[in-house]
Design a binder for this molecule. Structure first.
Ligand code: FES
Length: 112
């Protein structure tokens, strides 16, 4: 068997907190997460840009693309993949669940 993972579902916001086309910064046990409301869906992904850690939730959201406010690296928020060179870089994305108007993210915390 592989490594044991403990999946945790955490409430991070209400749907009404994130109007369509906007983002919001949240933290789950110190993990920086950006929430984005795009195309009728809520996405969750790492807030830390893979370049120098810029705050993606403070960047620009156009469609399903987020652009870092610091030096312009862009990512597809559905997959976390970088859309500009260097390609092959990815930010973590997290499954989102909506339960009665509240937004929950699912995080796999590796066992130590
Ligand atoms: S820190 Fe995001 S582009 Fe530089």
């Amino acid at each position: 068997m592989g490594t044991c993972m403990a999946t945790e579902l955490t409430r991070v916001a209400a749907i009404g907190d994130i109007p369509p086309g906007t983002m919001r910064y949240v933290e789950v046990d110190g993990l920086p997460i950006a929430l984005a409301h795009a195309g009728g869906t809520i996405y969750a992904f790492s807030d830390a840009c893979r370049h120098e850690g810029g705050p993606l939730s403070a960047g620009a959201l156009i469609g399903e693309t987020v652009t870092c406010p610091w030096h312009g690296w862009a990512y597809d928020i559905r997959t976390g993949k970088a859309l500009v060179p260097p390609v092959g870089i990815r930010i973590p994305t997290y499954p989102v669940r909506i339960i009665e108007g509240d937004i929950f993210v699912e995080i796999d915390w590796p066992d130590a």
